[in-house]
Design a protein around this ligand. Structure first.
Ligand SMILES: *[C@@H]1O[C@H](CO)[C@@H](O)[C@H](O)[C@H]1NC(C)=O
Ligand SMILES: *[C@@H]1O[C@H](CO)[C@@H](O)[C@H](O)[C@H]1NC(C)=O
Ligand SMILES: *[C@@H]1O[C@H](CO)[C@@H](O)[C@H](O)[C@H]1NC(C)=O
Ligand SMILES: *[C@@H]1O[C@H](CO)[C@@H](O)[C@H](O)[C@H]1NC(C)=O
Ligand SMILES: *[C@@H]1O[C@H](CO)[C@@H](O)[C@H](O)[C@H]1NC(C)=O
Ligand SMILES: *[C@@H]1O[C@H](CO)[C@@H](O)[C@H](O)[C@H]1NC(C)=O
Ligand SMILES: *[C@@H]1O[C@H](CO)[C@@H](O)[C@H](O)[C@H]1NC(C)=O
Ligand SMILES: *[C@@H]1O[C@H](CO)[C@@H](O)[C@H](O)[C@H]1NC(C)=O
Ligand SMILES: *[C@@H]1O[C@H](CO)[C@@H](O)[C@H](O)[C@H]1NC(C)=O
Length: 293
């Protein structure tokens, strides 16, 4: 079921652009085996947010045979699209990316707020400039004047760099906070979900090698199916960081989102869509059910 391919609600993202799968078997590591690079925050990073939590990126490797694709989890706790850019972390990935690789970019948890404008102190270096377009905010961070961009600008800027290196890019929406925390299940995608979709759309979507995965929606769907007791128990520290079991589910939810979409990445996944869909992960979402806001 690939409903996402046929519904027109995401202009620019509906055209399938399958890349031929050219897996390379042989001595390992094989330079022709694509790497899937992960850029993100603590919800994705090794050791998550600490205290025994884990990031979902650590489980993604199990959905790919090592002879078909390798995963490099370059997510790091505490980062926003802005600080990941400023610290040169996209540049580090870009300098290692080879043609045929994939880069998954997922931010939003640390991007909220507003940089203090024209202040010389008080900026924490993470908040993006509010807005969906080319707005900028001038602030001072670490005694250096910084022209802060919007969230979509950071995503698009990094994505272009990877496209230039002939990699393909998945812009993935951020994971939910515990959707059961207020008693009943409730998940409302926030503005960064929309901005992530917007960036993919503005870059030209699948026809340009840029794909949107509504990861937040797929993870929320799984958490709805798991129920309050299990989900609460797997947010041991706060409403953001997952215990290892739930991190694994969140990784699988990403994989289902990939399988239900149109990128060539889905062809590298070891499991069939029918094996992923079920009582925990649910089914492919229709585009009208994944509208960001
Ligand atoms: C996390 O662990 C540290 C010690 O490792 C502790 O000081 C802190 O209170 C813990 N935080 C939470 C939210 O559990
Ligand atoms: C991921 O890539 C970075 C940059 O090349 C490298 O420093 C790091 O060791 C890699 N991590 C793994 C787990 O391979
Ligand atoms: C910030 O400084 C610039 C240049 O001095 C000025 O044009 C602008 O109005 C200031 N913005 C605010 C919000 O104070
Ligand atoms: C910002 O975007 C607006 C509208 O999309 C455009 O008119 C303007 O030229 C852009 N400014 C810059 C500096 O790119
Ligand atoms: C910023 O400048 C102040 C005053 O010169 C200095 O005390 C402080 O250490 C500097 N901070 C950083 C992060 O460089
Ligand atoms: C654009 O991204 C590159 C890395 O991909 C970075 O070096 C550069 O500073 C970014 N530009 C802006 C305006 O953020
Ligand atoms: C949860 O939903 C039930 C059934 O709709 C309702 O009776 C109950 O008040 C709700 N609880 C909360 C905390 O919203
Ligand atoms: C895919 O299959 C592998 C190997 O059978 C398994 O370890 C992994 O958990 C599966 N992944 C998902 C997302 O179901
Ligand atoms: C999405 O569209 C399908 C088919 O048109 C419809 O059955 C379903 O109710 C819609 N879902 C939402 C959330 O609007």
């Amino acid at each position: 079921m690939r409903i996402l391919s046929f519904l027109p609600l995401y202009p620019g993202l509906v055209t399938a652009a399958h890349s031929p799968r050219q897996p390379s078997y042989g001595n390992h590591p094989n330079p022709r085996v694509p790497t899937i690079w992960l850029a993100g925050d603590s919800t994705e990073a090794p050791k998550g947010g600490g205290n025994g939590t884990q990031g979902w990126g650590q489980y993604l490797q199990y959905s790919f045979l090592p002879s078909v694709a390798l995963v490099n989890n370059s997510a790091i706790a505490g980062r926003s699209a802005r600080s990941f850019t400023r610290e040169g972390r996209f540049d580090t990935i870009a300098s290692n990316v080879k043609p045929g690789d994939w880069v998954v970019i997922e931010f939003g948890h640390n991007d909220g707020g507003t940089p203090p404008v024209n202040a010389t102190v008080g900026d924490k270096g993470r908040a993006d400039c509010p807005g969906a377009g080319n707005e900028t905010c001038t602030t001072v961070y670490n005694n250096a004047t910084e022209i802060v961009q919007t969230f979509p600008t950071y995503l698009k800027n990094a994505t272009r760099k990877f496209l230039d290196k002939r990699a393909k890019v998945v812009l993935s929406s951020l994971t939910p906070n515990n959707p059961w925390e207020f008693g009943n299940y409730s998940y409302i995608p926030n503005i960064f979900t929309y901005y992530t979709w917007l960036a993919a759309s503005e870059l030209g979507g699948p026809s340009k090698g840029v794909y949107f995965v509504p990861h937040g929606q797929y993870a929320a769907q799984a958490m709805k199916n798991l129920g309050k007791e299990t989900v609460d128990a797997n947010y041991p520290m706060d409403h953001t960081h997952t215990a290892p079991y739930l991190a694994d589910v969140v990784a699988q939810a990403f994989v289902l989102g990939v399988k239900c979409g149109t990128s060539g990445l889905q062809d590298l996944v070891v499991n069939a869509t029918s094996r992923l869909q079920g009582a925990v992960l649910g089914t492919c979402l229709m585009v009208n059910e994944t509208l960001p806001i």
